[in-house]
Design a protein around this ligand. Sequence first.
Ligand code: FAS
Ligand code: PHB
Length: 389
Amino acid sequence: MRTQVAIIGAGPAGLLLSHLLAQGGVESVVLETRSEEYVAARIRAGILEHSSVELLEAAGLGGRIRTEGDHHRGIYLQWPGERHHLDFVDLAGRSVWVYGQTEVQKDLIAARKADDQEVHYEVSDVSLHDVTSDRPFVTFTDSSGATQRLDCAVIAGCDGSFGPSRHAVPAAQKFEKVYPYSWFGILADVAPSTDELIYAWHPNGFALHSMRSATVSRLYLQVPNGTDPASWSDDRIWDELATRLGHGQNGWKLNPGPITDKSVLPMRSYVQTPMRHGNLYLAGDAAHIVPPTGAKGLNLAIADVALLSKALIASLVDRNQSLADRYSDDAQRRVWRCTHFSWWMTTMLHTSGDPFDAELQLSQLRWVATSRAGATGLAENYAGLPIGY
Ligand code: FAS
Ligand code: PHB
């Protein structure tokens, strides 16, 4: 088998990269360890930044966002007794869309199928070879059990935080921070109790009210690491969400409903540099992980791929290496901006039990919510800086 770009991973990074490369006249083959159904159904991110929506629309992938997504001007910041709306459009001239990652994935899968993109699902034993030569290749076992070799000019590691690509960069510098708490996330078949997301600080711990549609709510609770989702009854979940989100405060009510999914997500920051080694390029979670408090994970993957697709088209079509040579440095500026913002939102909103920390957090929240300078800082980062920042 031979192609120009071997893409490892059919998550948002891998499939969007194959789409953008094809639009630039570059062919690729995608290798994915899971089934198409599994990849399409994974419940993950929910927020698209302004730039992500613009990019997906420009690539012909934004059709359903405008009709099925939910356009949000901002978010609410809350702590006991107070709830403040931050209007990103007023503050920073940019907005966000609520549109689940599952929907983005479905759009990408449909677009790649319509383009007859070659995707090998349920592969195993993926190994990268000769990545510093001009003839790199990937070996793998296909779904029938046959051993395959894929020769290429470039390998794109879009295989997330558990794939092989990040380990194929020798002497990589790795930065990691593990947070002392996790998110307990639920999906519920109930109309959201709010028009826009509520990020709530509470002495018991952080809570977030998000949503997926007019009839499906997505909510999260800060819990200790190692929490077993099965150990919380539905009533206990809704009671704790009501407490932390301020049910009854100024007449506001949290409407409970049937819970259809529960999961616990540990939280960490991870950045690996460089994002290139010879003819291997990393994009998305393969190179970085952010805690979801800043709604950056999916958007960072999209931003990496926006830069990488331009670099590889210039390199493989126009024989111009300048963007490829700059890719890691260019991508890392945004990676660190989003890593900082995600850390800042996480440490501002998650309680540690330390009363001194709590006073600092409340003071910071009050300043961010009531100072135009503070609110603008959050708005710029949450709605997202232009790609190429
Ligand atoms: P992905 O992990 O999505 O895709 C990588 C793909 O590579 C996967 O399909 C995997 O099966 C495949 N793969 C792995 N090893 C392979 C191998 N050896 N061979 C072939 N394929 C291989 N972000 C937010 O903004 N908000 C959230 O609320 C949020 N919640 C999350 C919850 C969970 C449980 C997780 C894990 C992540 C969450 N994220 C969230 C972050 C998430 O959205 C990622 O940022 C996003 O999926 C990144 O996309 P990719 O880089 O494509 O990585
Ligand atoms: C979500 O809807 O899943 C979501 C929204 C905002 C976040 C994290 C997750 O910061």
